[in-house]
Design a protein around this ligand. Structure first.
Ligand code: FAD
Length: 289
């Protein structure tokens, strides 16, 4: 289908983009990779009189570590993340996930900023950002930061105001003896998750879990943080019994809906199995560094 008519704006600076968003208010929408927004417009699930394309704004595409923080510019493409040696060596949870997002064509255009700002519970990176304890830098009027686990309010509803642009993702560099993993079940390449689990853990000197964060994808209207399961793990040795119990607690937090991908019961069970697998992998990786 053909989208409803819109005016296309291509600002060259962030200030110009923010001005356009302010000027057009509720009628304007940010366009980054377009991999979610354009299908939505074509299907007429939404329509906006003004699209503000932020692809030509310089300085929004980078991956760097600074003073104990990994900083990723919002316009960084998934394909760039996929090829990054820094991500592969130090952030395995992201390295696990990126090749499982959509397909190479979508990853060439799709941006990490668009993935986390979209507010679709099927997007993979929001749960990962919650597991990593990330914060999002938001510009519009004045700069503010929002913790990933405070950002998602409902289906396609986030803490972003219409006149704001998410410019950077900040992830605290995990301490020694940390490990993360992302496990995802999908029916075929290019499909969204039936269920997926993001886990980040840090082990103490005795091998017990010092801290943990767990979040689930496609397990409700927003990414689901399994706070109780993470609390349960803290201070415990990561043996099979403990991991299974935590996975059960995480799955109990999920509230997926039935669709062509499966029933509620099936999706909850998959959330349990995938959380257990992610926990085992994360603990193994933490023990190895
Ligand atoms: P856009 O489509 O341009 O924008 C998406 C939304 O975010 C819009 O509302 C836009 O206004 C807003 N937005 C974008 N950037 C910003 C910003 N910097 N500041 C404020 N608002 C912003 N995703 C997955 O995670 N997992 C999958 O398995 C998966 N499979 C897919 C399969 C197919 C066939 C397709 C077409 C897409 C799939 N996606 C999947 C979605 C894909 O990852 C998108 O690229 C992503 O959801 C949005 O990123 P984008 O840069 O394309 O954003």
């Amino acid at each position: 289908m053909i989208p409803a008519a819109f005016d296309y704006h291509r600002p060259g600076t962030l200030d110009e983009a923010l001005k356009l968003l302010k000027q057009h208010g509720e009628d304007a929408k940010v366009l980054s990779g377009g991999m979610s927004l354009l299908p939505m417009l074509k299907l007429r699930l939404g329509s906006f009189a003004h699209l503000v394309d932020i692809n030509r704004i310089p300085g929004l595409d980078y991956i760097k570590e600074e003073k104990g923080t990994l900083k990723i510019g919002a316009m960084t493409r998934q394909a760039t993340l996929e090829r990054s040696d820094l991500i592969k060596s130090k952030y395995p949870i992201l390295a696990d996930a990126v090749p499982l997002i959509a397909d190479p064509l979508v990853r060439n255009r799709g941006t990490i900023g668009g993935n986390v700002a979209n507010g679709d519970p099927g997007n993979d990176q929001p749960a990962i950002m919650i597991a990593l304890g990330a914060t999002y830098v938001v510009q519009g009027g004045k700069e503010r930061t929002v913790a990933a686990n405070q950002f998602y309010k409902g289906l396609y509803d986030t803490a972003l105001a219409r006149n704001e642009i998410l410019t950077e993702i900040r992830i605290p560099t995990p301490p020694a003896k940390s490990g993360g993993a992302y496990t995802k079940l999908k029916r075929k390449t290019g499909d969204f998750a039936v269920a997926a689990a993001a886990v980040q853990v840090t082990l103490g000197k005795n091998g017990a879990i010092e801290s943990a964060r767990i979040a689930l994808t496609n397990a409700g209207l927003t990414p689901v943080e399994a706070v109780d399961a993470a609390k349960y793990l803290t201070g415990k040795m990561p043996d099979d019994k403990t991991i299974m119990e935590a996975a059960k607690m995480a799955a109990a937090k999920s509230s997926p809906s039935a669709d062509r991908k499966g029933s509620v019961e099936y999706k909850k069970e998959m959330a349990r199995v995938l959380t257990a697998r992610a926990l085992k992998k994360a603990v193994q990786r933490a023990g190895a560094n």
